[in-house]
Design a binder for this molecule. Sequence first.
Ligand code: ADQ
Length: 744
Amino acid sequence: MKLTIRLVGAIWLSVLIVIGGFAFLQIREERERLVDDLKRRAVLVGEGLKEAIEPQVARDSTAGVERILKKFGTARRGIAVYDRFAGLMVATPDIAPSLPPSLPEVTDAVANDVVSQGFRVVGVRRAYVYATPLTRDDRAVGALVVILDAAHLEGAAWNLWWSNALRFLALALVVSLIALVVVRSSVTQPMAKMSEWTKSLRAGRYVPPPDVPDANVFGPLAREVAGLARSMQRARAAAEQEAALRLVGESIWTEERLKQFVNLRLAGRPLVVVSNREPVSHVRKGGRIQTLTPASGLVTAMDPMMRACGGVWVAHGSGDADRETADARGRLGVPEDDPRYTLRRVWLTKEEEHGYYYGFANEGLWPLCHIVHTRPVFRPDDWAHYLAANRTFAETLLDEIRDAEEPLVLIQDYHFAPLPALIKAERPDARVAIFWHIPWPNSEAFAICPWQPELLAGMLGADLVGFHTQYYCNNFLETVDRTLETRIDWERFTVTRGERVTAVKPFPISVAPGFVDDPPQRTREELLRELGVSAEFLGVGVERVDYTKGLPERFRALRWFFERYPEYRGRVVFVQLAAPSRSTIKRYAELALEVEQTVREVNEALGTVSWRPILYLARHHEHREIWSYYRHADFCMVTSLHDGMNLVAKEFVSVRDDEDGVLILSRFAGASQELRDALIINPYDLAGAAEAIRTALEMPKEERHARMTRMRYVVSEHNIYRWAGLLLSELSRIPVETPGVKTS
Ligand code: ADQ
């Protein structure tokens, strides 16, 4: 209310100043115009009569003067003639009784032989007096006086003040009303909504920010408050979780526990993570810059860890608006609204990116490590780019740790096999780990890589090499054994090459509990309505379009299922969320076509006017969107032909706080080692996979509940914080190498 009063007061004052100023000038101009008019009329009359009167006055002919005056005098115009002693000779009848005995203008005109004029009260009225000297032979013989009524001058000024006062009132009222409406709709109401919203947030209920009309005014505030609320919620949830865990004596890893662990164990030593994929990229869309979280298991896993630990994440800046959203060194805080760690972007040319990322990493190493019968392609040029890109990343990383003592460096994935050796050569005091997110095949399969020794030597530069499973560790150790001159300790799982010892250990990666901080409120009915489907059962798949994920096999299995069990037609809809991936590579472009073709075939063969068995949504989805599908699906299918771990399986389980839903999981995904209560399938076996779908749909509620509860226990215990905690713990235990001093 105070704001409104201040605003209205300010409006009234401004209107008053403006209208008052204009009124003053207008009245002054009007007065000048009226005075000029009076003067002009007095001069006309005075100078007109002068010639006729002068001879009469010179002759002292009062009668002659009277005759002339009679003709020209009117009620509003008096004329008087004075003699050479400034004594009144003759005056028109209307004015005569009101004339004072002497008029200063007359005295002035007669004495000085000049025209004299001015305003004066004559009788009771204000009048304009114009006196002009009468001369004869250059001698003053008297004065002629014209007296014009000037009372209307006051009236005119008053009228103008009055009309301006009315104008002021009208304008001030209209502007105030408009201001009140605008304030109400743009400030008061949005503020009321914002305050309701913050109240709900404070009460621990997450509600999305209200729609406010002026995003420029309230957007930044809403962002800040949302950030604050998230921090509060996180702190509250962490405290509640810690308390609950203390109560049951559990030692589950939480974000808070990892933070404490890092503080104690790392004691201020910096943590640097390196990966090709960045946690957020900035891209230009429709003239605006958008922030994207890539569809990548690595990012899904590492981002919560970095939020807990802090530090620097070095990654390739691949977005077309990445440079302008980072500082001169390519650095920015992440998340942008509440920075918890630093992203340092590395710039590569298109050519480098092509050779290193698309070429060697994804056409060479990716199919080499995934046994899915896609032939790896090894080009010498790609290898050269791969080495060059690794050197570029090494330079940036070394720059980041230049002033740090004994930093911890976590290198991520198959893009950086040579990097550990490059870092260790420059910084022996750094503790370096490389984590390989994809499978490691058997030694015969890996041996086809022409640069096998170089890759292994690079990796063995690390103090610690991590894989998802013991099986991949064993494959790696065997590959090393067959390729390089080393000593392998099969009890401690270490490789000794010259002076260097490298530990090789499994760290099964996982997800953060809950998958997203602020799950949407969307119900199953709303989700189905938005999709435009009505179905009794909902199945879901969430993938990058990659040939390792077994998408065509999954759709063929669905077809088999509907053909074998026609009673489910029209009752089950399978929704596939498919993020485009690496589409510039020919094999991926072909796969995208193959997948779409398979979906079309199944829908055409089985679909009806009112039912399509498969809904294929080929785009990137935000995690909050994916959450709804996981939460409301009756079953989730993961049919990877070969997969290091597969986080989709774990995300599905972590979201199901209703302890319901069935997971169908490929035995060739690393996750199948841990999630034994999923329906484990061989994705190449269509009939087996179809049978699993039927089992999922017909599984009694109690069994679904029991299986999901057990899987949830595994995922919540083996979460990403535990993964990070165990890996960092292992790494920080490794003794530091001091030049010249041997360590064991
Ligand atoms: P990825 O091959 O990327 O990871 P995965 O582990 O399944 O595979 O993770 C995929 C991630 O992308 C998930 O977080 C998922 O939610 C997200 N995603 C999938 N489809 C999406 C879509 N349409 N829109 C948006 N996001 C989508 C690699 C290895 C895996 C290993 C991880 C982590 O191949 O085996 O589990 O690294 O180590």
